[in-house]
Design a protein around this ligand. Structure first.
Ligand SMILES: Cc1cc2nc3c(=O)[nH]c(=O)nc-3n(C[C@H](O)[C@H](O)[C@H](O)COP(=O)(O)OP(=O)(O)OC[C@H]3O[C@@H](n4cnc5c(N)ncnc54)[C@H](O)[C@@H]3O)c2cc1C
Length: 471
């Protein structure tokens, strides 16, 4: 079996060496051709097509430690797969030893302390499901199939961000297996430099085995959902969005989007595939107040569909899942914005009209609130001046359509990037976005991150990520 070292050299892994690895693990090991290998090696974005040499599906922390020891002995290139949702495919690498965390999906909730411990293979929905048993939740993202670790280590935002900040602002401890195969805990009073670095610096410092999240009372019922109008109404709907977003209480998060209508049962058949504008909203406080807070959306014009209603919070958290299936081709461009200007709305409309696929969208996420109240140095995720996220989200089926769809996103971005704060979201960067975009995402924290890297991973073992070189 040919594999790669961290330095990129090709080496041969003999059968008895691989048998030795198998014997050290409780979880299964997959080699190319094994049942399980294909499913494990593939990620959400099918533009990414890489083949690790060996995949170890870890069952517990001891498996992770054994893999790290094995990787060190053989100097193997290493990659770690959480939910596999990173658009740049950072979870996978040709010739590497892949640690697939998908069997580690336990969640333990302490309702008294309002803390949940989640294992590193959890998807967002796993955490919501268990915390909602107690009417609690932490800040997670909009699609329940995303992995918690990738999301958290890069920042993380969702419907609760306006109230409580980035996901990474809401962790109290992280367990990590470091480059020298040691299990350590990072928190505000243990290994504080590592704790700082992990909250934005990605998987640069070790293999995360579990995260402790702060929980808040949320649900079980919220007012949430989506209202859609024909795209011809976009100027007025985006103006409503602009004014509503500026005055909305922190409990209310509104997302504006334009795209061809999906074939959803709540939209009339004759509109499927036709351009629409929609507002996605979630009021996470008391439903009676939520109904008042979203009244202006529901009363606006003549919607073609309205499913903005009282619903379980857990259901709200998976409302968009079907629009983002694993296996399509995806390409994004993103920027942080400090406000929604009328001139930006005009460009949203212009570029939505040029979308090249039935699945693509122009999206404006509202994140303003708690995250703006912390200081820039609080964590490397930074960007404390970001109030909205612009996402030009290309999504299509066939490789032959790559050029047209990538060009659409790039052209729209070139035309709109002047509205940016100058910052961008590390977790939304695509494969072709290099050091200058990492600088835009983490710029102010990069020197300090390099120092943390020098202490915790001086050999740069963890390099198949948005890599930070040791200082
Ligand atoms: C459909 C979709 C919706 C999204 N929605 C949101 C959203 O609402 N809010 C938001 O903030 N982001 C969102 N994202 C972006 C998301 O945060 C990133 O894609 C993130 O990287 C996904 O994490 P993952 O674990 O699934 O990724 P993976 O691809 O598995 O991993 C991403 C990175 O994290 C590292 N990593 C994973 N597990 C570990 C571990 N145990 N230890 C160390 N490093 C590890 C990997 O090595 C890799 O570098 C979305 C992405 C998609 C595709």
């Amino acid at each position: 079996m040919r594999a790669k070292t961290t330095e990129g050299r090709e080496i041969d892994l003999k059968q008895e060496t691989l048998d030795g690895l198998k014997m050290r693990l409780r979880g299964p090991v997959f080699l190319p051709g094994d049942v399980g290998y294909e499913e494990s090696r593939t990620v959400w974005n099918s533009m990414i097509d890489r083949r690790p040499a060996v995949i170890a599906r870890c069952i517990g922390i001891a498996d992770v430690i054994a893999c790290m020891q094995f990787a060190r002995e053989k100097e193997l290139l290493l990659c770690i797969k959480g939910g596999g949702h990173n658009i740049a495919g950072l979870a996978t690498a040709d010739g590497a030893l892949m640690l697939d965390m998908s069997l580690m999906r336990g969640v333990w909730v302490d309702p008294q302390r309002k803390v949940a411990h989640a294992q590193a293979g959890c998807l967002l929905g796993d955490v919501d499901r268990e915390t909602q048993v107690h009417g609690l939740a932490t800040v997670l993202g909009f699609v329940s199939l995303t992995g918690i670790v990738g999301l958290t280590l890069g920042g993380g935002f969702g419907y609760l961000t306006r109230r409580w900040g980035w996901t990474s602002d809401n962790i109290v401890g992280i367990s990590v297996v470091t480059a020298n195969a040691r299990l350590v805990r990072a928190s505000s009073d243990e290994n504080t430099d590592l704790f700082w670095g992990l909250r934005g610096g990605g998987g640069n410092f070790g293999v995360v085995t579990g995260i402790d999240y702060v929980l808040y009372p949320v649900g079980p019922e919220v007012v949430g959902g989506i209202v859609a109008w024909p795209a011809s109404e976009a100027p007025k709907v985006l103006e409503l969005y602009r004014t509503l977003a500026e005055t909305a209480p922190p409990e209310l998060t509104v997302v504006a989007l334009m795209r061809p209508a999906p074939p959803a049962p709540w939209l009339p058949k004759e509109m499927h595939g036709k351009p629409i504008v929609a507002l996605l909203a979630c009021y996470s406080g008391r439903p009676e107040e939520g109904e008042k807070a979203v009244a202006s959306i529901k009363a606006f014009g003549k919607p073609i569909g309205d499913v903005l209603v009282r619903r379980p919070y857990a259901q709200m958290q998976s409302l968009l899942d079907a629009t983002q299936p694993k296996g399509r081709r995806y390409y994004w461009k993103s920027e942080y914005l400090s406000r929604i200007e009328p001139a930006l709305c005009e460009k949203v409309i212009k570029h939505a009209a040029r979308i090249r696929s039935p699945h693509s969208a122009v999206i404006l996420f509202q994140i303003e609130g708690a995250l703006n109240q912390l200081r820039e140095e609080h964590s490397p995720v930074g960007n404390r001046d970001a109030r909205y996220v612009l996402n030009l989200a290309g999504s299509w089926e066939q490789a032959g359509e790559d050029t047209a769809n990538v060009e659409w996103a790039r052209d729209a971005w070139n035309d709109m990037k002047s509205f940016s704060t100058g910052g961008t979201y590390i977790n939304f960067l695509t494969e072709d976005e290099g050091p200058e975009r990492i600088e835009a995402a983490l710029g102010k924290g990069l020197d300090r991150l390099a120092q943390v890297k020098a202490k915790w991973d001086p050999q740069n073992v963890f390099r198949t990520n948005r890599n930070i070189k040791p200082a």
